[in-house]
Write a protein that binds this ligand. Structure first.
Ligand SMILES: Cc1cc2nc3c(=O)[nH]c(=O)nc-3n(C[C@H](O)[C@H](O)[C@H](O)COP(=O)(O)OP(=O)(O)OC[C@H]3O[C@@H](n4cnc5c(N)ncnc54)[C@H](O)[C@@H]3O)c2cc1C
Length: 163
């Protein structure tokens, strides 16, 4: 998809690499599946290949062109239906030694739950497993954490842990 950009002088590395304002170079913007960027809170996410991301990036670019000078720091969102199960992931699910998750709604034993995911104690995402309404509500936990708000670390309302 990016082959035609090689030799253009634009930074291509698993997508067209942009800064936090969606700019690949002065006056050059990249939006959608083709673009990768540095998220100021989550670091360098992979390219989120979904329509929500493409639409939100387009709005961010329009705002930047109009002079908003605002970093693009969305809560990334992924959903998929696997047979009868709806899986929703606002934010990012970390991997590695510092990663963990805590069940905050439902119960994995029933096949319906929401888990809050964290990296080094900081909330980075939510995994909703066949609990769409609760997963949508818990998206705010991620937004708060990215903004340095109350859900940035584990809170007492949690009901169980997933290692
Ligand atoms: C089978 C499938 C199912 C999907 N289901 C979902 C879903 O349920 N929900 C969801 O959110 N997302 C879904 N996606 C992902 C979603 O379609 C993409 O994330 C979204 O379309 C990205 O938008 P875009 O504008 O970046 O790219 P695109 O929609 O791919 O648009 C890029 C356009 O650029 C054109 N183009 C490419 N190269 C050139 C060139 N050199 N010169 C001129 N034009 C060029 C292409 O022909 C295309 O029209 C799905 C994708 C696939 C393939």
């Amino acid at each position: 998809m990016t082959g035609w950009l090689h030799g253009s002088g634009l930074p291509v590395d698993n997508g067209l690499v942009r800064d936090s304002r969606c700019r690949a170079a002065e006056g050059v913007y990249a939006v959608g599946d083709v673009a990768r960027w540095h998220h100021q809170q989550l670091g360098a996410p992979p390219r989120p290949e979904n329509r929500t991301n493409a639409a939100e990036q387009a709005m961010a670019v329009a705002a930047d062109i109009l002079g908003a000078d605002r970093a693009y720091t969305p809560v990334p969102y992924l959903w998929t239906d696997q047979y009868d199960t709806k899986i929703q992931i606002p934010g990012a699910v970390p991997a590695g030694a510092d990663a963990g998750a805590t069940v905050v709604d439902g119960d994995p034993a029933t096949g319906r739950f929401v888990a809050r995911c964290r990296n080094a104690g900081v909330v980075t995402g939510v995994l909703g497993w066949d609990m769409p309404k609760q997963a949508r509500l818990r998206r705010q936990d991620v937004a708060d954490a990215l903004a340095g708000g109350p859900a940035g670390s584990d809170s007492p309302r949690e009901s169980g842990s997933v290692p």
